[in-house]
Design a protein. Structure first.
Length: 166
């Protein structure tokens, strides 16, 4: 049987051969798994992310600080902090250093909720990364972190990368 002549389309990879496509699909799959894990606690990824940043700051952050740390806009942050306050997970108080600012502190029940959610998130991560050895997991994390930091630095410098633009 004669071989088919090569065509220009032969050089075009299939979409599932593109790393970016696999990252998008894996991200979506991970997002669904994380959402399921957090729903068991009545939380969302956004709430847990803000709880984490409040918890990890040496001093109680202002709402504006939290916007910068999380990438959320002011209006969204007000709604998130309102939600956390209503749940008893955070307190918003006037700053003693600057009465114009509000700082956000984590309550004991907020810290408990964060720890419980984090436990489920770690189990979810272990399930998702089960096909990888411990060494591969470390390498995978390190490589993703490098890509993330490089891209974040480009965005921070105001450079257009052309990637992910819509």
């Amino acid at each position: 049987m004669p071989e088919r002549p090569a065509t220009p389309d032969d050089a075009v990879p299939h979409v599932d051969e593109l790393t970016g496509y696999l990252l998008i699909k894996t991200s979506a799959m991970t997002g669904r798994s994380v959402d399921r894990a957090l729903r068991r606690h009545g939380l969302t990824g956004r709430l847990v992310r803000v709880l984490a940043f409040i918890r990890d700051q040496a001093q109680a952050p202002s709402q504006r600080d939290l916007c910068g740390l999380t990438g959320l806009d002011r209006t969204t942050m007000v709604a998130v902090v309102d939600d956390l306050e209503q749940r008893g997970f955070a307190r918003r108080e006037r700053s003693t250093a600057d009465r114009r600012k509000y700082v956000v502190t984590l309550t004991e029940s907020g810290a408990d909720a964060y720890r419980a959610a984090l436990g489920d998130l770690l189990r979810t991560q272990d399930e998702l990364l089960a096909p990888l050895s411990a060494t591969e997991r470390g390498q995978f994390h390190s490589m993703l972190a490098r890509v993330f930091v490089a891209e974040a630095e480009c965005e921070g410098a105001g450079e257009e990368t052309g990637r992910g633009a819509e």
